[in-house]
Design a protein around this ligand. Sequence first.
Ligand code: FES
Length: 115
Amino acid sequence: MRHKLCHINDISDPGSREFSLQLANCALDFFVVHKDGQFFAYKNSCPHTGASLNWQENQFLDMDNAFIQCSVHNALFEVDSGYCIAGPCSGSSMEELTLIIENNELYLKLSDVAS
Ligand code: FES
């Protein structure tokens, strides 16, 4: 199963966008990063405290668009792996979700999502 998110052009490169899905028994808050023609999705939960990473709507990248940045304590994560390279949760990773691109539309693969 999959859930349609948006057209690939709806997220600038570089850029990011947040989503929220209501699943059977929980809400899933996550975000998608578009960088260098590739897309990556992670749960919007910092491995440090579980807080949402962004404080501004759809803003997950640092000022240089080089890393994903947690706005709470400024942890930096690699865009392509979700691995934290600096900050209080250095060495840990965000939970990655699987995306599917078909006919220029972006989908979230639901079978990988823990409910
Ligand atoms: S909550 Fe993200 S770095 Fe502390």
